[in-house]
Design a protein around this ligand. Sequence first.
Ligand code: MN
Length: 263
Amino acid sequence: MVRVFQGSLPRRKVLQGSLAAVAAAILPRRLGASDTPGAAWAAEGRGGGRQSVPSIPGLAEERYPFSLPPLPYPPDALQAAIDAQTMEIHHGRHHQGYVTNLNRALEGHPDLHGRTLVELVAGWESLPESVRTAVRNHGGGHLNHALFWTSLSPQGGGEPTGPLAQAIRDRFGSFQTFREQFSAAAASVFGSGWGWLVRTPSGRLEIVTTPNQDNPITQGNIPLLGLDVWEHAYYLRYQNRRADYIQAFWNVVNWGDVAQRLG
Ligand code: MN
């Protein structure tokens, strides 16, 4: 469930007052009702209709049994932002745990083995109750982390170019403004969750946050860039200084990977 900044779907929890104030300050404009992502989605049963599930490049085809993708760089390659031990534990234990638990949950549900990871996570609310929470948490965890690793690179950082750069300028005014708003949104996540740049079904860019391992695809939004702000992502080096971790994150963003999801 996307926690932010859009609040009109029926079962969405309304932001608490203080966070709502932060969100209002962060975002230049709220989504209008007509822009509500997932409206068409909801009409088809919240992802129950498989044909309506948006695809995420590179992640559209994976099906049960799921496996841990290798890191696309050595664990010490992102020292400009993330230390090697954090990378090893985060990838080898946390991400592996999501994969293992997702497979375990689906093992006895062969009817779901034909569904892709994206289809499962997008439509978790319509799954049988016995697997719903596991797919939400562990399927979401697998999807989120698979996206996260590829969206980082030791050659990353700087600013995007081409259509993505233009889309960010069109929506946020400047890359710097976007970066500030994304950073503030990620910093505002209470407890564990993620900050995201997403593309809505109407093609609009938005900054959203999700709690826990929820992925924006469940609301019909394509995740372009996600930042993991669970403490396991940064605590060894940064302890409670999440804002420092967020600032360092910009040194390693792989804009080419982000741009391929813009569509
Ligand atoms: Mn994580």
